[in-house]
Design a protein around this ligand. Structure first.
Ligand code: ATP
Length: 457
């Protein structure tokens, strides 16, 4: 795709999200706040579907997972031990004229240079050597590290002791609860902790809609294994993560694995695979899978003076477990689903835009219509069917506004898999309804009593 086409594809997505109540600009009436977006009713429904499906697959359907919901604010020592205070930073560079700030690695990428594994000094040297300018065409300053954690003070005193941070990842909330889970549930290895929650990163240049946010949500697992068991578990989650992308309807050709080269690994990782996705603006990280070794439990043990080892009853052996971390961003999942679902076609000679959501993630599963709004007998029957479906399926909408064609278009645009119309035959003849399929536009007559089993989710 050419750059203009990529921009156009994103513009269409952003505009549909706003028009149909999926995503709004954060603090919009005040001109917005960069890196924040608010989710509207259909957006909330889609996010909840993503999170609930994830929780079901990775927690409820398994016997070896323990859910936690840790506080966003944590003792500052957590972030010292984890390495975030010293090293959770991105390379920053200033436009010397406009004072706008950019990610140095992104500017290099835009020039076709791969910045992976480069140190700040190397980036600085390259920018100077190649005479790279800011996107506004101005000279750039020195590249330096910028810590991305949002710093705050807890309580009424503003000194070094009251410093805390909005968590930049959910992971640490699980490491600090490792002992609580061991002491209360006595799990045997291997087992995992799972958490879904907000994280905050003061990104230098938030961009690409909800791809790079300052307030984001993650779904993460810290899975603990014996030091010998990591490879097998890594492979297990590698497959599970790919299966997950299929279950939420992402096209397998759009998901790619990227093995991170040893020199580019984060300080805690011995092996990482990034799962990349073909977003409209390019191939970018969707999820990560990392082998974190025993780095985190060891660091926290050392810093807190609390023993975070595990005793293997069978082997009579005490050791610090190693950890595999599958990490998923909710917002990037949302964007990947949307961009894969966005479809333009022609149906019955009319152009249309629709979201080809997998039924499991669709915010609305069924829309119920009375054929005519001003015929009480139809409206009454439609309401009855609507309540019956709502009780059994949940995400069902009632719509009697405008003609049927318009209602179909509206539902197509929010990705509703099925529309159900109640007409005169329903009440007078066959107790059947017309079920219309979103993708093909095909219509079938189905008995009301068979509806729930007919509609597959
Ligand atoms: P990137 O290289 O794109 O900044 P990262 O490698 O820093 O991402 P991780 O620290 O591995 O990301 O975070 C785990 C997951 O959280 C990512 O795979 C992504 O889905 C999500 N995520 C991370 N940063 C952001 C962000 N700024 N906005 C939205 N989602 C994010």
């Amino acid at each position: 795709m050419k750059k203009e086409e990529k921009n156009e594809a994103m513009e269409k997505l952003v505009s549909l999200c706003k028009r149909r109540g999926f995503v709004f600009q954060g603090s919009e009436i005040y001109g917005g706040l960069a890196g924040t977006w608010d989710y509207g009713p259909y957006g909330v429904a889609l996010r909840n579907n993503i999170k609930n499906l994830w929780w079901k697959k990775f927690v409820t359907d398994r016997e070896d997972m323990y859910g936690v919901d840790a506080a966003i604010l944590m003792n500052q020592n957590v972030w010292k031990a984890s390495g975030h205070v010293a090293g959770f930073a991105d390379p920053l560079v200033d436009d010397l004229k406009t004072k706008k700030r950019y990610r140095a690695d992104h500017l290099l990428e835009d020039m076709g240079i791969d910045p992976k594994g480069m140190r700040v000094q190397e980036m600085d040297k390259l920018i100077k050597e190649k005479g790279i300018k800011s996107p506004d065409g101005n000279p750039l300053g020195e590249v330096r590290q910028f810590n991305m954690m949002f710093k705050t003070n807890v309580g009424a005193t503003q000194d070094e002791n009251s410093v805390s941070y909005l968590r930049p990842e959910t992971a640490q909330g699980m490491f600090v609860n490792f002992k609580n889970i061991i002491d209360t549930f006595h799990p045997t290895l291997p087992f995992g902790l799972a958490q879904v929650g907000k994280a905050f990163r003061n990104e230098i240049a938030p961009r690409d809609f909800i791809f790079r946010l300052r307030e984001l949500e993650q779904m993460e697992i810290e899975y603990f294994v014996s030091p010998e068991g990591w490879k097998e578990t890594f492979e297990h989650f590698r497959k599970e993560m790919l299966d997950w992308t299929k279950e939420i309807g992402l096209q397998s050709g759009h998901v790619h694995e990227l093995e991170i080269a040893p020199g580019d690994l984060a300080h805690y990782s011995k092996r990482t695979i990034d799962f990349e996705f073909d977003f409209p603006f390019g191939k970018k990280e969707l999820y990560g899978l990392a082998y974190r070794t025993d780095f985190d439990l060891k660091s926290h043990s050392l810093a807190s003076n609390v023993d975070l080892s595990y005793y293997d009853e069978e082997k009579k052996n005490r050791f610090v477990p190693h950890c595999i971390e599958p990490s998923f961003g909710v917002d990037r999942t949302f964007l990947a689903i949307l961009s894969d679902a966005y479809t333009e076609d022609t149906l019955g000679d009319e152009p249309r835009t629709y979201l080809k959501f997998a039924p499991a993630v669709a915010p609305v599963k069924i829309a119920v219509f009375p054929l005519l709004k001003n015929k009480p007998v139809l409206v009454e029957k439609a309401r009855e069917v609507y309540h019956m479906l709502k009780k059994q399926i949940g995400a069902v909408e009632f719509d009697d506004n405008g003609n049927i064609g318009k209602r179909y278009r509206r539902q197509d645009e929010i990705g509703t898999p099925y529309c159900v119309t109640i007409d005169f035959d329903t009440v007078e003849k066959d107790a059947g309804v017309t079920v219309r399929d979103r993708d093909s536009g095909k219509q079938e007559r189905v008995k009301i009593e068979d509806l729930v089993s007919y509609l597959k989710f």
